[in-house]
Design a binder for this molecule. Structure first.
Ligand SMILES: *[C@@H]1O[C@H](CO)[C@@H](O)[C@H](O)[C@H]1NC(C)=O
Ligand SMILES: *[C@@H]1O[C@H](CO)[C@@H](O)[C@H](O)[C@H]1NC(C)=O
Ligand SMILES: *[C@@H]1O[C@H](CO)[C@@H](O)[C@H](O)[C@H]1NC(C)=O
Ligand SMILES: *[C@@H]1O[C@H](CO)[C@@H](O)[C@H](O)[C@H]1NC(C)=O
Length: 430
């Protein structure tokens, strides 16, 4: 017998004979049997309700997978200037983060002056951005990155700079003329007008510029944007702002989970930007934060100072296997599928991936180490389905043929993350 992969060599199972050609069959070839598995490629399974999947999406060609990049707010807040932005662009390149997909460099609030100019245009703050935004966009583009900017669907931004409400067309044109690629659109000073009225005009204005601009809605989840924002933007915040604490991160994960069925290529639920590397959580907690955000198909927008990261921070943010889960082309948001323990603190989160695979995160939110078990019934798998198990943090295959369930010990506030690949394979040897 020819040396084939591990699975085929340990199990030669003929489950059924089909129309597989003899040409293939003459060699020993493992073939997955799609009929034994939920049909994820549609996708439609009872566990991972995708009934709302992709039905609303904006279709401006962007956000086929969740956006990746960096945003200034979580670390710098208002303390930004063109030097920091340029150095961040340089750091995204030199650290290798840009090569991993973190390409949007997004400037948050405080880039603009306190007043519009005499023509009614927004003006970059002359002290912080004396060279202007276009120069910065050119710099960023020269490095193969994309530039994001910020405004507000209200009279003022949250830091009381001019807002874009009723200035949508002028501001969108200005952003496009600078070469902006992304707009985060906030919700302060909104005059009590409904988000459903305030957010579509900017979509139309951006579209009218003819420049393809990613449109990120930030109405804090107040009007259940998952229900309507897919037609308006490429992502929509589902919650209030994150802060750099375990309590905030876990609360937000749970809130965002509710809307899983509404995400899909073109439009994503946004549980806010990453806090990894900002110092308020432990290594284990940040690893959980990053794992769950990746599984939830959340935007991966780094929120720390990438010019000055610890090795641990860089290790978390540059885990290729976890990033690949987030960027998986199937684009189904994973979700919480099983809980046990006090206050449901032992959790299994899971989601379907392309190629009939599953991602699972065993997340220990309790205060002590514990064993967490993912049963196949909770994952929508037949209990007889055999899967191989790959650990995405240890970067190792840990089991070739798990059946019915998979258990592991998980430290407090830590998680383990795996990809399960069904191995209920048919090997034909004729
Ligand atoms: C730019 O901002 C950074 C970060 O807040 C600060 O350290 C630096 O002094 C600022 N530079 C200028 C020229 O204002
Ligand atoms: C504008 O919207 C139309 C219709 O949805 C779409 O086909 C087109 O690609 C959009 N253009 C831009 C620049 O977003
Ligand atoms: C951080 O978020 C948590 C949970 O949402 C909240 O209770 C807390 O007040 C927030 N802390 C700060 C400093 O905003
Ligand atoms: C780099 O980060 C460390 C904390 O990890 C901090 O103590 C130090 O001041 C930072 N250095 C600069 C130049 O920002």
């Amino acid at each position: 017998m020819a040396k084939v992969n591990q699975v085929a060599s340990i199990r030669i199972v003929i489950l059924y004979l089909s129309t597989i050609s003899l040409a293939i069959a003459a060699r020993v070839v493992p073939v997955l049997v799609p009929s034994l598995l939920p049909n994820y490629d549609k996708p439609n399974s009872k566990i991972f309700d995708t009934s709302k999947y992709g039905i609303l999406q904006l279709n401006n060609g962007l956000a086929q997978t969740p956006q990746m990049g960096w945003n200034s707010w979580n670390f710098f807040a208002c303390n930004i200037n063109e030097t920091v932005i340029k150095e961040t662009a340089d750091a995204l390149i030199s650290t290798g983060l840009a090569d991993l997909g973190y390409v949007y460099l997004n400037i948050d609030d405080c880039w603009s002056a306190a007043r519009r100019n005499s023509k009614g245009q927004l003006v970059p703050d002359p002290k912080a951005f004396p060279s202007g935004i276009k120069v910065l966009a050119d710099y960023v583009h020269g490095k193969g990155l994309k530039l994001g900017i910020y405004s507000d669907a209200g009279a003022f931004t949250c830091q009381v700079r001019p807002g874009s409400l009723h200035h949508e067309n002028d501001d969108a044109e200005l952003f496009a003329s600078w070469g902006v690629d992304y707009l985060k659109y906030d919700n302060c000073f909104n005059l009590g007008i409904k988000p459903k009225e305030r957010y579509p005009p900017m979509r139309n204005a951006l579209n009218a510029t003819g420049r393809i601009i990613f449109y990120s809605l930030c109405e804090w989840g107040v009007d259940d944007p998952a229900l309507w924002a897919g037609k308006v933007g490429n992502s929509w915040r589902t919650t209030d702002d994150i802060n750099d604490t375990w309590a905030s991160m876990t609360t937000i994960a749970d809130l965002n989970d509710k809307w899983a069925a509404y995400a899909g290529p073109g439009g994503w639920n946004d549980p806010d930007m990453l806090e990894v590397g900002n110092g308020g959580m432990t290594y284990q907690e940040y690893r959980s934060h990053f794992s769950i955000w990746a599984l939830m198909k959340a935007p991966l927008l780094i929120g720390c100072d990438v010019r000055n990261m610890t090795a641990e921070t860089l290790e978390i943010l540059s885990n290729k296997e976890v990033i690949a889960v987030n960027q998986d082309p199937l684009g189904v948001q994973g979700r919480k599928v099983y809980v046990a323990g006090t206050d449901d603190c032992l959790q299994v989160w899971a989601g379907p991936l392309s190629g009939h695979r599953l991602v699972i995160v065993l997340w220990n939110r309790c205060s002590k180490p514990a064993i967490i078990t993912a049963g196949w019934d909770a994952l929508g798998l037949e209990s007889s389905t055999s899967v191989s198990v790959r650990d995405l943090w240890k970067h190792k295959d840990v089991m070739g043929d798990a059946v019915a369930s998979f258990s592991t010990q998980v430290d407090s506030h830590d998680c383990e993350m795996y990809i399960l690949t069904p191995q209920t394979a048919v090997s034909y040897e004729i």
